[in-house]
Design a protein around this ligand. Structure first.
Ligand code: KIV
Ligand code: ZN
Length: 452
């Protein structure tokens, strides 16, 4: 990262908004464990909970405030005295406490939920921030449902709370309603119209109801937001929050578009995701970007072949850059000869081209029936294909037993940290580059078939 890259604060709300996901509640011990991992991950702010919500949440926020000393520890409060007092009670011993005050500003919330007028809303926001500020220097204000609030009124409320000393304004897309261009414009409007805005941090809090939370958060950053609120694995109310790992990696993989830096330690991303899943018992969606089990798995033969020749053909980041141990090649009906031959080698068998073709045909027939071919299926198939009385080309003798044992014949998901015991030339992933051979220099058509 260069000096021109602006620093974006990562405000992690896994322990508060994330915990509001059905099935994701955590007890004090679990929250504390995750908070330590968030600290290792390098987030700037941990929103530890909503202290007024329950005694358990109060104790969790307090325990985290006492134990986790590097990041800012925030606690949520509605815009009323009791909530703010309770939040402060839980936070007051933190090394860096923050009171986070929320008050809805959209007409629909004012009319049906809060039953107050716009003027009353401004007044309540002012009083709440003034009171919070009398307790704590670091006060964040969130206009709930900001994206469905009349922009003129939103600017009026924001200006009032800036006057009262709010230090962060968190623009909440509470119901995941906005789209990137609109949200970026809203941040620009706020920057242009709210007096004193240059002295506060603008933050974005995006929900994923239309699947645009990360895109909206990034649009806000492009428009001048310098804090994003997000969660591990994107958990949160309803469809969840913007996912921390996706925001951070978008900035790392596309610095040409997002020239920003964060304090997140990349290789702690996957451990954080796994820990959250272990604690809540909620599995990560397999195709979840960055942290899903398929995020670095390749099944199609064309992809596997390209990947094995050079991972850059099908991977835009290394698995290691986010703490995933390795990429995987999954053997299924879309897999090709290249990956199959490698797995056979790992299991201790090396075949010439004709023998491999034979195995491959049978493998595809099997994969069609059973979807995922495990190692024991493959071993059966190899033995069956090469029975002495069989018609297939005899296999080259099994390689040393140790190699087969090391292959840990349990699954056909190939972990690629040391996939090829033979072959002198390897690429950046330790994957040997194909050695030109007579067989390999046949026709282009054959080379293509290698992939499929
Ligand atoms: O979605 C929301 O509006 C919130 C606020 C508390 C920021 O979670
Ligand atoms: Zn939220």
């Amino acid at each position: 990262m260069t000096a021109k890259h602006a620093r974006i604060m990562i405000f992690d709300t896994t322990l508060r908004d994330g915990e509001q996901s059905p099935g994701c509640t955590m007890n004090q011990q679990e929250k504390l464990r995750l908070a330590h991992q968030l600290d290792l991950l390098g987030v700037d702010v941990i929103e530890a909970g909503f202290p007024i919500a329950s005694d358990g949440d109060f104790e969790s926020v307090r325990a985290i405030a006492l134990a986790v000393r590097r990041p800012i520890i925030a606690g949520l409060a509605r815009a009323c005295r009791l909530d703010i007092e309770r939040a402060w009670e839980a936070l007051k011993d933190a090394a860096r406490p923050r009171i986070h005050v929320v008050l809805a500003t959209s007409d629909i919330h004012l009319k049906y939920k809060l039953r107050i007028t716009r003027d009353q809303c401004v007044q309540q926001a002012r009083e709440a921030i003034r009171f919070a500020k009398s307790l704590c220097g670091d006060v964040e204000f969130s206009p709930e449902d900001a994206t469905r609030t009349d922009p003129d009124f939103l600017c009026r409320v924001l200006e009032a709370v800036v006057e009262e000393g709010a230090t962060t304004l968190n623009i909440a897309d509470t119901v995941g309603y906005t789209v990137p261009s609109e949200f970026g414009d809203l941040i620009t409007t706020i920057r242009q119209r709210v007096k004193g805005i240059e002295n506060v941090t603008i933050s974005a809090h995006c929900h994923n109801d239309l699947g645009m939370a990360v895109a909206n958060a990034l649009a806000a950053v492009l428009a001048g937001a310098r804090q994003v609120e997000c969660t591990i694995n994107g958990i949160g109310e309803r469809a969840g929050n913007a996912s921390l790992e996706e925001i951070v990696m978008a900035m790392r993989v596309r610095p040409d578009r997002f020239a920003y830096e964060t304090g997140v330690i990349g290789d702690q991303i996957f451990p954080a995701s796994q820990l959250l899943s272990e604690i809540t018992g909620v599995p990560v969606q397999p195709n979840k970007a960055i942290t899903g089990r398929n995020a670095f798995a390749h099944e199609a033969g064309i992809h596997q072949d390209g990947y094995l020749k050079n991972p850059l053909t099908y991977e835009i980041m290394t698995p290691q850059s986010v703490g995933v141990p390795d990429s995987k090649l999954v053997l299924g009906k879309h897999s090709g000869r290249h990956a199959l031959s490698i797995r056979c080698e790992q299991l201790g068998y090396q075949f010439d081209r004709r023998a491999l073709d034979d195995i491959y045909r049978r493998f595809v027939r099997l994969a069609d029936k059973i979807k995922k071919v495990e190692d024991h299926h493959l071993l059966e198939l190899i033995r069956d294909t090469h029975k002495p009385s069989g018609s297939a080309t005899p296999l080259i003798e099994p390689m040393v037993a140790a190699k087969a044992a090391a292959a840990n014949a349990s699954s056909t998901e190939l972990e690629l940290s040391n996939p090829f015991p033979v072959g002198p030339q390897t690429n950046a992933f330790g994957v040997p580059l194909p050695v030109p051979s007579d067989a390999h220099e046949q026709t282009q058509q054959e080379d293509y078939l290698w992939g499929v």
